[in-house]
Design a protein around this ligand. Sequence first.
Ligand SMILES: Cc1cc2nc3c(=O)[nH]c(=O)nc-3n(C[C@H](O)[C@H](O)[C@H](O)COP(=O)(O)OP(=O)(O)OC[C@H]3O[C@@H](n4cnc5c(N)ncnc54)[C@H](O)[C@@H]3O)c2cc1C
Length: 238
Amino acid sequence: MRRSWQTVEVSAARPETARARTLRLRFPDVVTGVPGQHVDLRLTAEDGYQAVRSYSVAAWVPPRELELTVEELDDGEVSPFLVGVLSVGDHLEVRGPVGGWFTWTPELAGPLQLIAGGSGVVPLMAMLRSHSEASSDVPARLLYSVRSPDHVFYRGELDVVGQEDPQVTVDIAYSREAPDGRPAGRLTHEAVTASCFPPDDAPVVYICGSTGFVEAVAAWLVEDGHDPARIRTERYGG
Ligand SMILES: Cc1cc2nc3c(=O)[nH]c(=O)nc-3n(C[C@H](O)[C@H](O)[C@H](O)COP(=O)(O)OP(=O)(O)OC[C@H]3O[C@@H](n4cnc5c(N)ncnc54)[C@H](O)[C@@H]3O)c2cc1C
């Protein structure tokens, strides 16, 4: 982990949805870390004005690269630039990866329960990728709440892992617009309870998304009897 700023190059970029883009960053030296961690990006304008934002690591690409996925916010200062303007070959200042609590490694005991709202799926995808790479036999479930099918990140990869890995269950809940035959509506307490491991299985739970989403879901799980000490949260703002 590096606490000082360093300059990295954008080595690749691909659209994830119409409003989100995955950026691959190449570091000058080897970069290592743990699923769930994030980096800070610092942008500096010509007049010296600086903006810093945090982005979770979506994937580790050893030895010198990692990937982030950024969703553009309409009135955002930094995300429209990262999604729509930044080009392959450009440079950015980065600090990290950092973060020790909201992290998962295959050695951690207990089923893995992941709950994402929108772009909060990014660090949870890093955990699922690590789960697959380790061929982990830990049962894992992802409950992913998104506005519509067009907003789903990592669609193809989630379909494959959900269908082919017997240890992994992927549930996508649509809040505004659903595919044919599926209901649309805000995530409810009942739906969260139905999609999650029961408290008796003692899962370790990771919840990531906007502050309101994270607080509502965490409160429902505690009400259901989950041990608060096994619930880890990351709030993206909003
Ligand atoms: C640890 C951490 C990891 C993060 N990882 C990711 C990631 O992997 N991908 C990603 O796209 N974002 C991530 N974020 C959010 C990111 O840091 C920025 O907040 C986001 O990109 C908006 O920045 P902006 O400059 O475009 O908007 P700002 O100019 O900062 O904000 C514009 C407006 O949007 C609101 N807002 C800010 N963030 C959100 C949000 N997430 N949802 C809804 N409204 C919001 C603000 O309150 C404000 O009103 C992460 C945040 C944290 C703290």
